[in-house]
Design a binder for this molecule. Sequence first.
Ligand SMILES: [Zn+2]
Length: 399
Amino acid sequence: MTGTPAAQDPGVFGDLPGQDAVVAQLRRAAAGAAALLAGRPPEPGAMTHAWLFTGPPGSGRSVAARAFAAALLCGDGGCGECNSCRQVLAGTHADLLLVRPEGLSYGVKQTRDLVLRAAGKPTGGRWHIVLFEDADRCTEQAANALLKAIEEPAPRTVWLLCAPSAEDLVPTIRSRCRVVTLVVPSSEAVARVLTDRDGIEPARALAAARAAQGHIGRARRLATDASAAKRRADVLRVPSAVTSLGPALSAAASLVRTAEEEAKAVTEELDEPEREALRRAFGEGSSGKGVAKAMRGMAGAMKDLEDRQKSRATRVKRDTLDQALLELALFYRDILMLQLGAGTELANPESDLRRLASSSTPEATLRRLQAIMHCRELLTLNVAPLLAVEEMALSLSEG
Ligand SMILES: [Zn+2]
């Protein structure tokens, strides 16, 4: 330790590469909050009770919110070492309520329940924190219930909402929150984290960071998970495969199938442990008085759980296919950059792009990009995935 600010131990803020302004803002707020607890005057305006973390997917919205929660609950500004910090990072701290909507929307009943729980006194004597990921998934009624809680806050409750952008929340909520804006970190900053923290070899880390376009979690997966890297390679085979009608249709089918397989792998991993936990909670297998009644209760709870799992599976499937389409779009964007001779950093290795870039025109590439964006739009309108992707593949195959 040299004692200069640059050498400051990052503590709980260590996983936010390229977000220096955000980290400084949150540290200041945490210091203000600690002053309030100690009965000292805080730096004016540093701390407030409702925060909105915004930024593109993967920029670290929820990572930043989690680090801030840790800094508020730690006696040492978020040291990253103490019990409290560890519990927050593991998601087990008694004064931290983590909310992760798993379906496409978050309902009013759940929100009312959340507001009630949030109003309780913090057990650790500091703050009671609600970290609400994907707050943009609140239904309109749910947003109203949330608004009430934010308008009339309990004295020790802090709300941390996360959403892609401030516009994703209703203006009434937005206007009562301090907005924290994360930026897309540079590929170099992401690669440095992969190298320093995960021990990934620098060239490989940089390639993964470029491919992931600033999405740290995705970059880490691409660099460490062979099946994720293979799925990406499958997607990027599409542009050279769609030479005519037949190959275009089979490329479409395999694109949809790959996305479905990936989504299935993700949801299956989550589903069974949840069902198992529910069975245990209802004491399945035990006997005695009240068991029959408990079993009836379990059937209802199991049905609820399965409904939620089904809605999550739909969302994961949609997100996975969308991710594949974005990767494809990025590939054509790279081709366009080469065709235009723009000096932009490419997400894909230039050697993969060159042949396609020289065999088409910028106009054709733009048209293809539009076809991909149109396909994404159709999917949000619930058009059958295979139909939408086939239409896109046909457009891609046209000269
Ligand atoms: Zn700590």
